[in-house]
Design a protein around this ligand. Sequence first.
Ligand code: PLP
Length: 257
Amino acid sequence: MRPTVLCFSGLDPSGGAGLQADIEAIGQSGAHAAIACTALTIQNSQQVFGFEATSKELLLAQANAVIDDLPINTVKSGMLGTTDNIFALSEFLNEHADLNYVLDPVLVANSGGSLGDLPTLVEAFKILIPRATLITPNTVELRALTGCENLQDATQKIFELGAQAVLVKGGHEKLPADLLINRLYIQGQLVHESEQPRLDGEFHGSGCSLASFIAGRLALNDSLEKAVDIAEKWLFRALQRADVPHADGQRMPRRFI
Ligand code: PLP
């Protein structure tokens, strides 16, 4: 069986983000996706209306049902929704110290909608930061996690919080206006920088897709640099071809390439 990534992520009924993004991206990476569902959200391509989080017990029961059954060597987390779920995941990762772990520190939806209580999530995420093989914050998440406005300070601070490797995604930065720049740091050192033309429009689930594709490639034994590089190229194509639901909706990445 293909190496498997176990994703802790929420359901987005629009199919753009969350666990559907994870399943499609990981499938495209060549690995298999298993899901422990953290929350059912109510949202469409325009906004989040609410969510109901899974209980800690139900979340762990899902993860435990598959961990000794499938060839899982990597965990990826997206929306966790509650501090209880963050602590449950931390417990699970402590029991399985050999697993790669990609932490996508989801705090709010790209549309701006709430996916949990921001200050408590930020605090609780600190328990996961040192355990992650890779953390994939956008610049809004990086600033929120570290409390630093300046990006260099924020990057230094996340390593002080125990991070091993961090991919800082530039999609939310206004400058440069025509380029999107991502930077991968390992142990505080810049090891990879990518520049891509900035695409028009807002995308739903781009962060989930990128983190999951990387997790899939790590499950298949790529190095971090290689996994990030091919995931960025794959995501660019998925975004170039994204579906536009209507003028007011965020674009849906077309992940089957
Ligand atoms: N996970 C879920 C369940 C979501 O609903 C969202 C956003 O709506 C995200 C994660 C984050 O999505 P993005 O990749 O757009 O940051």
